[in-house]
Design a protein around this ligand. Structure first.
Ligand code: FAD
Length: 468
């Protein structure tokens, strides 16, 4: 016997897109149901993504910082690492946040139905729980927020417990003596920083000519120079051609510019080659929803699919696969359903690698500006000229702003300590349509790292001509 539930809005998936949409819909007075297969809300981001990785990166940063104070007169000695306590700390952080979401959904009277959801039609979602019990949700509107999952490679033995995806890497099963990060994108590099700080020797293999391919070359050149001190071997223009699980290790054969001659033995391999959307796993065809071969669901600027009462948001609708994009799209979908005229049309979606050092960019990159034929000029402030960076041993960084022919800021990027936090000012400047003078005339506190943004604008304006 199946149960029946009625909803003005059903949200499929309880990640940052899904819960943001559901809470907004409930706040606007709509009777809302979230369908989530796991027992906690928060999705990838809170449970196995953004939050646990940042909890571990925070600890890794302490270890790295403590390594470098010896030369300045304070020696902390080698860190004593208790993996059980670290795991507990990470679980506490997740628990605090997912517990908060559960409270927030109760406060708003958002009903959570636990189980795997599949569309039965454009008015019905069938939810099956772990015991095979079925709940049918009869809905007026649906918001699909079913997210994405790690991509698996056909030549990799993913069932071997020494071959990890990001979720397995976050479990901190053990600290491998030697580890390979397969894929030089943000997720792999963040985990590489964690394991390197915990004592693993880390290699990275990346098929293209640079780490973090979407970011600009100059930014990544500075980043790679700095991160090379932490990682053993960064193999660019190189690919893993064969991965074999043997009793004594995972053997990887490489091909390309930096390929070692013989297979290399690793104690763990993290496969971080991107994420694939879950569009083909939700019975979309039963509701007539168009899904691309790769599993993405096409939407318009109001997040509406080709079926007029069904919306989609977050990773499942396309790149960039980021939590803040999902949440904003969620608000738009909920507001449109509630009758508001609202569009998802931001000037920028910021990207941040929370590595050490961090890499952050927003608006147009130089690559994008060139591809779009936009005339621009870049202004760069190197942190080697920043008093604050010198005082805290962070001179590896730099700040870059891009201005169009009307001197309006169209993009910006930072590599260095806390780049992700510093990026906020650039995001606001782009969204508000600031020009170089607005930024240059803003009094930035001294000595700060955000001063570098004001300085870059002053360099562009010509009010600073020489740097120390
Ligand atoms: P998800 O968070 O994937 O949520 C989808 C939810 O739907 C899941 O809970 C899933 O269980 C549920 N679901 C799926 N199918 C069904 C079904 N059929 N029935 C019921 N439930 C279903 N982004 C950032 O912005 N900043 C970061 O620092 C960052 N770090 C990351 C680190 C890692 C290791 C990873 C893997 C990702 C990271 N991301 C980060 C990306 C971020 O997690 C995603 O972009 C974000 O979670 C997408 O949100 P979403 O709501 O679209 O989907």
């Amino acid at each position: 016997m199946s149960k029946e539930v009625k909803a003005q809005v059903v949200v499929l998936g309880g990640g940052p897109g899904g819960y943001s949409a559901a809470f907004r819909a409930a706040d606007l007075g709509l009777e809302t149901v979230i369908v989530e297969r796991y027992s906690t809300l928060g999705g990838v981001c809170l449970n196995v993504g953004c939050i646990p990785s940042k909890a571990l990166l925070h600890l890794a940063k302490h270890i790295e910082d403590a390594k470098h104070t010896g030369a300045q007169g304070i020696d902390f000695g080698a860190p004593k690492i208790d993996l059980d306590k670290i795991r507990q700390h990470k679980e506490n952080v997740i628990g605090q946040l997912t517990g908060g979401l559960s409270q927030m959904s109760k406060l708003r009277k958002v009903k959570v139905v636990t189980g795997v959801g599949e569309f039965a039609s454009d008015k019905q979602l069938k939810v099956t729980d772990n015991d095979g019990q079925v709940t049918v949700v009869n809905f007026e509107h649906a918001i699909i927020a079913a997210g994405s999952q790690s991509i698996k490679l056909p030549f990799v033995p993913h069932d071997d417990e020494r071959v990890w995806d990001s979720t397995a890497a976050l479990e901190l099963r053990y600290i491998p003596e030697r580890m390979l990060i397969l894929g030089g994108g943000i997720i792999g590099l963040e985990m590489g920083c964690v394991y390197s700080a915990l004592g693993a020797k880390v290699d990275v293999v990346e098929m293209t000519e640079q780490l973090i391919p979407p970011a600009d070359k100059d930014i990544i050149k500075a980043f790679t120079k700095s991160i090379s001190k932490k990682f053993d071997n960064i193999m660019l223009n190189t690919k893993a051609a064969k991965v074999e699980a043997k009793k004594d290790g995972i053997y990887v054969t490489f091909e390309g510019d930096k390929a070692p001659e013989k297979p290399v033995k690793y104690d763990a391999v993290l496969v971080a080659v991107g994420r694939a959307p879950n569009g083909n796993k939700i019975g979309a065809e039963n509701a007539g929803i168009k899904v691309s071969d790769r599993g993405f669901i096409e939407v318009d600027k109001q997040q509406r699919t080709n079926v007029s009462n069904i919306f989609a948001i977050g990773d499942i609708v396309g790149q960039p696969m980021l939590a803040h994009k999902a949440a904003h799209e969620g608000h738009v979908a909920a507001e449109v359903i509630a009758g508001k005229k609202h569009y998802f049309d931001p000037k920028l979606i910021p990207s941040i690698a929370y590595t050490d050092p961090e890499v952050a960019w927003a608006g147009l990159t130089e690559k994008e500006a060139k591809a779009q034929g936009i005339e621009y000029e870049a202004a760069v402030f190197p942190w080697a000229a920043s008093g604050r960076a010198i005082a805290q041993g962070a001179t590896d960084g730099f700040t870059k702003l891009l201005f169009d022919k009307n001197n309006r800021i169209i993009g910006g990027a930072i590599v260095g300590s806390n780049a992700g936090e510093l990026l906020g000012e650039i995001c606001l400047a782009i969204e508000m349509g600031c020009d170089a003078e607005d930024i240059a005339l803003t009094v930035h506190a001294h000595p700060t790292l955000h001063e570098s943004i004001g300085m870059a604008a002053q360099i562009f304006e010509g009010s600073i001509t020489d740097l120390p």
